[in-house]
Design a protein around this ligand. Structure first.
Ligand code: GSH
Length: 250
């Protein structure tokens, strides 16, 4: 059976898996699980991933969820995948696993929580919590500093001093790409101080083009849409505050 990949391209880990598959010429069927329509919570999808989250895969023999487990499985299961993605050298592999484990409770937690409380909550009419956003920004900024000072400190182009991207580069860069959805002032405040991170993002984009751009297209379109909605919300607010200044009989 052809590999089935259950994803929503608005999801960072989903995009990492799609780019990996495309960059390595692995054949697969993309099955869209639309989070906005809550398809990830349907009983059918929960048979594939009982956690009700994307991404997940199914290759006829078994189902698998958790993007890092999926990436390591794919890198090992398909013989054509270049060693640099997930090196067979035990020590190099252990280092990549270490970055991937760190990612969940640091970069991802900071980034996903900040985007939720600043961009997604207003768009979806959910309550946003400024205190949670501030704490998330602190974690996000310290995670970006950690990446620079520990894993990008050498002369390499990628994490751990590599000259070719690994699955850790893909996972972490796709997470940072979610910051495209932020207001420009927030995005610059957070990212601009991290010049090595900015260069590393460019290196990862270039090493996986054209797939990187194709898979992120939906994110770029969402960025434009959210920006328009922000402007509309701001102008509605101005209108209603102007109205409140009118004499009460008008
Ligand atoms: N640790 C998981 C995280 C998966 C995850 O958080 N997926 C999100 C989309 S990015 C999701 O399905 N959210 C919907 C929900 O949790 O209800 C992984 O790396 O695969």
């Amino acid at each position: 059976m052809k590999l089935k990949v259950y994803v929503d391209r608005m999801s960072q880990p989903s995009r990492a898996i799609l780019i990996f598959l495309k960059a390595n010429g692995i054949e697969f069927e993309e099955v869209k699980i639309d989070i906005a329509k809550r398809q990830h919570k349907s009983p059918e999808f929960k048979k594939i991933n009982p956690m009700g989250q994307v991404p997940a895969i199914s290759d006829g023999r078994f189902n698998l969820f958790e993007s890092h487990a999926i990436l390591t499985y794919l890198a090992c299961a398909f013989p054509g995948v270049a060693d640099s993605w997930y090196p067979s050298d035990l020590f190099a592999r252990a280092k990549i696993n270490s970055v991937l484990d760190w990612h969940h409770s640091n970069l991802r937690r900071g980034s996903a929580t900040f985007v939720l409380h600043t961009v997604l909550a207003p768009v979806f009419g959910l309550p946003s919590n400024p205190q949670a956003a501030a704490e998330a920004e602190t974690l996000l900024s310290s995670s970006l500093s950690t990446i620079e000072s520990i894993w990008l400190k050498g002369n390499g182009k990628f994490l751990l001093g590599g000259f070719r991207p690994s699955i850790a580069d893909l996972s972490l860069v796709c997470e940072i790409m979610q910051l495209e959805l932020l207001e420009e002032k927030d995005r610059s405040r957070i990212l601009d101080p991290h010049t090595k991170v900015l260069q590393w993002i460019e290196n990862t984009k270039n090493a996986t083009r054209p797939h990187f751009y194709e898979v992120h297209d939906v994110l770029f379109r969402a960025k434009t849409r959210f920006q328009e909605q922000r402007l509309k919300r701001a102008s509605n607010k101005t209108d209603s505050s102007d109205r409140s200044k009118l004499p009460s009989k008008m």
